[in-house]
Each structure stands twice: as C-alpha cells, then as structure tokens.
Design a protein around this ligand. Structure first.
Ligand SMILES: *Cc1c(COP(=O)(O)O)cnc(C)c1O
Ligand SMILES: [Zn+2]
Length: 433
C-alpha cells in the first residue's frame, strides 16, 4: 500500500474558479463563485488495451445496467456508482444512407441515431447518470426545465427510481410527443407562460428554495452520461476518430459533453487524433454561432424562434464550456435556416431513417460545411441525430399535409371514396407508386 494521500476516484471541480467539491456534494453550482461544476476522474491503473477490452466485454452487465451503452464506459462516467437507474440506454446505431450522402454532397456521412434511446432522445444518456446520482445523494424529488425531451427523459427515469419529478416547460411550445410522454410517465408538469429561458431561471430558483435535486443540463452528472455518445461512436469506429462530428446545438450541454469526452479520450490514450466538432444552431436561435464569428469575444442572448423546438434557446447555459469544446477541437459553429432544417429533415425522413426537426440541423450543417469548403466530401463525417421522428408529429402533418405551396419532399395524403377505381386513380396520379 502506498502512504501517499490518493485522490478519490472522482470529484467535482468548478470550471470557473477551480474550487473542488466531493463527488456526493449535491449543490447544483460552485458554492464559492456560482460557476458550473464538472466531474473529474482518476484514470484506472489499466493499459489502453485492458480498458478497451473492459468496454468491449460489458454487453451483459448484470441487473440494472444490462447492456447499457452508458455504464459500459463507467470508468469515464461515474466509476463508484452501484445500483444504477438504467433502462438500459445507448447502444444506438451508426447508419449510412446513400440518399443522404447525395443530399449533403458527402461520400462518407454516418448518422449516429440517438432517437433509438428508450424515451427517444439522447437525453436518456445523461438522465441515467443524473437520476442515479439523485438517489445516491438522497434526493426526495428531482426537477428540470425543458424544451420537452429532458422532461420526458426525467419523468421516465424518475418513475423507474420511484422519485417524484417536477418539470417546467414553455406552454404551447412543446412538441406533442414530448408533452404526451412527460404526462404519461407521471411527472408534475408545469406549463409556464414564457419561453425555455424563463423555465430555466425559475427551476433554478425553485430547486434552491424547495430543496429539490436539479437535473438540468448544467448538472455535471448528466454531462458525464452524454459523453458516451462520443465514446460509443468511437468504439463503433474501432477507436479511430472521424474527421468531423456534427451536432445540433441549443443549450450547449451536449457540445460541452462532446468536448469533454474527446479531451478525456485523448488524455487517457484512447485516441490520438481529435475530430473537429461542428455545432449547428438554428438561424433564429444562434447566439453561439454569432459569438463564434467574432472569435467568441462576446456572449450574446437572443429571443429565440425556430421550428426546431429542442434548440429554441436564446441564452445557452453551457456557453463557456462549449467555447472550450470548439476551441480545443479546432471546431466551427454554424447557423442554418428553418427552411434548410426542414429540407434536411424531409431527406432524412424520406430515406426511411427519420428524426425530429432539431436533429436535422446536423445534416443541414454537413451540407453547409461541404458547400463552404470547410469539409471535403471524402472526409469521415458523423452527424448526430438527437431525437426520434415521432417526437414532433405536429410538424410532420403540417409539412406533408397542409403547407402551401408543397415544400420539398412533401407527401400529401389523398382522401378517397371507398372504391377500387378511386384507389386506381390515386395510384395513377402518383405514377403507380
Ligand atoms: C436537447 C436537444 C438538443 C440540444 O442539445 P443541447 O445540449 O441543449 O445543446 C438537440 N436536439 C434534441 C432532439 C434535443 O433533445
Ligand atoms: Zn467556482
């Protein structure tokens, strides 16, 4: 035994002032300066090959975490956790579709489809860790503000853990599938007459006053879980980094998580080259993209408006951490219009893959990267599809059924009399398809 004072396995550190807190400290922010906290882990005494072998073996992981694509990477997520709250989650596919290569002008575009998670978005990867931690610190209840997917995920994992959940979402602006899920999983659901940024401010105040454990994306344990999107895709690629990873960006928690995952993967010797990150915002909600064009000299707040409700955020909580992620990976930040997002979505849906509107921003971003000469068609590019097509059925019916003039890829339903001749006429009108 060594007599040196060893670091604990994991601890929390303030990203602003460096103050440290224990792993089980339940404060949502640094108690010294109010900055955001991050987890740090001591690397295990294993060689690269031994660690990768562990990751590869954990397909069947015992009760509670059987085959989880998050807990498989536990050394880099939360090594001391036992008794985890897992559905399981992760294990999402990496897809290739020639039709999307053609649409984006790429030759090697892969899609990491996070819509395959248990509640239909990547938020489950953070929530399994966040709700596990809530139980470890003895939380009586959990809470979040959300544009919809975080609330659906929190509601589901809280139900699994037997914890009451409180969610605050903007009234009228939550996609139908997300609101329906949140209600069905049993969370107390507050429809706030305001936007997401109002919800976020309110839930932070409420959690401080009411002693409820806060599970917004500022929660560092959620970030640890979301890192596994990157770890899992690197594993799927045999631990060789792609040239680009392209993701939609709203509150910037995921951009921060991707940066942290890549930094640690390199520090732990798992990869030797960093991919470049491209964070893609909707043009109507692009404070981060605007800041990027000015070398991140100023931080902006905007009044956000976009059809992609999951990234309809004007004052991103993880701004500074996301700046680091872009800087460290020689990354870029793009803004794409709602028209481009919907056109990309029609191409993704039409290829049979499907995703929610915000997810399509990543594929729209790939086309933009290539058109602007920032990426070449031959580069290995992975676009993250963040959520499932059924999250937002409202926009699908509007796009395909109602919008005038018919937009690209619109597939009008045809109402007919119950007769064979009417069926035949309809097929003829569609060229026999
Ligand atoms: C949460 C979410 C995003 C945005 O992620 P941030 O961490 O807020 O930047 C994008 N797409 C979907 C489907 C989401 O649920
Ligand atoms: Zn601090």
């Amino acid at each position: 035994m060594s007599f040196r004072t060893e670091r604990p396995q994991s601890w929390q550190v303030c990203t602003a002032c460096g103050n440290e807190a224990t792993e089980l400290d339940p404060h949502p922010r640094c108690t010294v300066c109010g900055g955001l906290l991050a987890l740090a882990h001591r690397p295990p005494a294993l060689t690269r090959a031994e660690l990768l072998a562990r990751f590869a073996e954990r397909r069947d992981d015992g009760p509670g975490a059987t085959g989880s694509g998050v807990w498989r990477f536990r050394e880099m997520v939360l090594p001391t956790a036992t008794d985890v709250v897992s559905h399981p989650e992760g294990n999402t596919p990496l897809l290739h579709r020639a039709a999307l290569d053609a649409w984006a002008g790429a030759r090697r575009l892969l899609l990491k489809h996070e819509g395959h998670n248990p509640t239909g978005s990547f938020k489950d990867r953070g929530m399994t860790v966040g709700v596990t931690q809530a139980r470890r610190v003895g939380a009586r209840a959990v809470a979040c503000a959300s544009t919809g997917n975080t609330s659906a995920s929190l509601a589901s994992y809280a139900a699994h853990a037997g914890l009451p959940a409180l969610v605050l979402v903007p009234a009228d602006r939550v996609a139908l599938g997300k609101l329906a899920q949140t209600l069905a999983y049993g969370a107390t659901t507050l429809l706030v007459r305001g936007d997401f940024d109002d919800c976020l401010r309110l839930v932070e105040e409420a959690s401080a006053q009411l002693g409820v454990y806060l599970l917004n994306s500022i929660n560092p344990f959620r970030i640890e879980g979301q890192k596994t999107i990157v770890l899992e895709l690197l594993q799927q690629l045999g631990w060789t980094a792609p040239d680009w990873i392209v993701l939609p960006a709203g509150n910037l928690g995921n951009t921060a998580a991707f940066g942290k995952a890549l930094r640690e993967a390199r520090e732990w010797g798992l990869i030797d080259q960093l991919p470049r990150l491209a964070a893609v915002q909707a043009a109507g909600a692009a404070p981060f993209a605007r800041s990027f064009t000015e070398g991140f000299e100023h931080r902006y707040t905007v009044r956000a408006e976009t059809v992609a409700t999951a990234i309809r955020i004007g004052n991103p909580a993880s701004f500074e951490r996301a700046v680091e992620a872009i800087r460290e990976t020689d990354g870029v930040v793009l803004a794409v219009t709602d028209e481009e997002i919907l056109e990309a979505k029609a191409a993704i849906d039409g290829s049979g893959v499907g995703c929610e509107p915000a997810s399509a921003a990543s594929v729209a971003g790939v086309r933009d990267l290539i058109r602007r000469g920032l990426a070449t068609p031959d580069q290995h590019t992975v676009a993250i599809l963040t959520g499932h097509i059924l999250k937002d059925p409202g926009i699908l019916l509007e796009y395909h059924g109602k919008r005038e003039p018919a937009p690209p890829g619109a597939n009008r339903p045809i109402e007919i009399e119950p007769s064979l001749s009417a069926v035949a006429r309809a097929m003829e009108a569609r060229g026999g398809r």
